[in-house]
Design a binder for this molecule. Structure first.
Ligand code: ZN
Length: 148
C-alpha cells in the first residue's frame, strides 16, 4: 500500500538467455527460482524485469503452482486447439505444431514484474511459468532487467 518514489541516475541493464529442454511435447515449468537467481546476479534493487519466450510455440505466464490447475490448463487448451488430427490445420501442411502456435498465443509471450528492494512484487501465489507446447527440443527464454 502507499506510494514510494526512488530517485537516482544510475540505471543498469542486465540480459540473460536461458536454454530449456522438455522431455514431453507439453509441459509447464516453474522458472521463478531461475528468474530470482538472475535478479540477484543483476544487483538491481528497483526496476522492472521482463521474461519472454524466444519461440513461437512456447509461453511465459504467471499463475499458481498447483498441479490440478495445470491439468485444467491442458484440458482447456486441448479443447480450444486440439493437437490432433494434425490435418485439421492449414499450418500443418509441412509441420505438426499448429496447435502449439495457437496455445502459445492464448497463454502469452511474456511477463513483466516490478522489482522493489531487490525482490519481485508478486501477488499471493503468483509464480512465473514456462509453458511448452511443442517440446522435446532446446528452446530459449530471455530475461531482461532494467533499473538501479
Ligand atoms: Zn509451426
Amino acid at each position: 500500500m502507499g506510494s514510494k518514489k526512488t530517485e537516482g541516475r544510475n540505471m543498469k541493464s542486465y540480459r540473460k538467455e536461458i536454454w530449456l529442454n522438455t522431455s514431453r511435447r507439453r509441459e509447464y515449468i516453474n522458472i521463478t527460482p531461475i528468474v530470482e537467481e538472475e535478479l540477484t546476479k543483476s544487483g538491481i534493487k528497483e526496476g522492472l524485469i521482463l521474461v519472454n519466450a524466444m519461440h513461437i510455440t512456447s509461453s511465459i505466464f504467471i499463475n499458481d503452482d498447483e498441479s490440478g490447475l495445470h491439468e485444467d490448463f491442458e484440458k482447456w487448451l486441448e479443447g480450444l486447439a486440439p493437437e490432433k488430427p494434425y490435418s485439421q490445420y492449414k499450418h500443418n501442411y509441412a509441420e505438426d505444431n499448429a496447435d502449439a502456435h495457437l496455445k502459445r498465443t492464448i497463454m502469452g509471450r511474456e511477463v513483466v514484474v516490478s522489482i522493489t528492494e531487490g525482490k519481485m512484487d508478486f501477488g499471493p501465489w503468483e509464480q512465473i511459468f514456462y509453458g511448452e507446447f511443442d517440446g522435446k527440443r532446446k528452446k530459449r527464454i530471455l530475461i531482461k532487467i532494467i533499473g538501479e
